[in-house]
Write a protein of this length. Structure first.
Lengths: 69, 110
């Protein structure tokens, strides 16, 4: 049997990479994917923290280079 | 600064709230709301994590874009001023004219 055939199992593992009419389901809004939502909010917080840190670094660099403080 | 050289740090950094950040943030938010609409979900109340993430990504990109834009304009100004300093004969000081000399005489037709 070709090796590719072994990867085509319609099991729960493969559900993430291919949708098959035998196992597909409508997205259910009453059961939110907490991991994905948590990652989204977490990366939002990380990006804001990065932005504020970059801004304060820039302000400090500007002040030191122009001898204002 | 990944794409900015070291000399760009002399320039004053843009504020957290700046034109490009607001615009890109709004674009990100509109993208998230469009995603909701196209998937037949309520536009504002659904997928708040997505709306927050897209807005934040837009805001972040806008901030760095403003920094890049400031640097580009500053280099253009510096080059222009250097050229004007090296070629003063092409930029003579002109006497400022008063409005009385420029304006045509007024002939009322009543």
């Amino acid at each position: 049997m070709p090796f590719g055939r072994l990867l085509l199992r319609t099991s729960t593992v493969n559900k993430m990479f291919s949708r098959n009419s035998f196992i597909a389901s409508k997205p259910d809004p009453s059961k939110p994917n907490m991991l994905r939502a948590g990652l989204a909010f977490g990366s939002t917080a990380v990006l804001w923290a990065l932005l504020f840190k970059q801004h304060s670094t820039d302000v400090h660099e500007y002040k030191t280079r122009n001898g204002l403080e | 600064m990944g794409l900015l050289p070291d000399e760009a740090k002399v320039l004053p950094p843009p504020g957290i709230v700046n034109r490009n950040s607001v615009w890109f943030g709004l674009c990100g938010w509109a993208t998230a709301m469009l995603h909701n609409s196209l998937n037949r979900r309520p536009a504002l109340k659904a997928g708040v994590h997505r709306q927050a993430l897209f807005t934040t990504v837009g805001w972040f990109i806008g901030y760095h874009l403003t920094k890049y834009e400031n640097y580009k304009y500053a280099t253009l100004d510096r080059d222009m001023n250097e050229y004007m300093r090296l070629h003063p004969e092409q930029f003579p000081e002109k006497e400022p004219k008063t409005f009385a000399e420029i304006v045509e005489p007024f002939h009322p037709i009543r």
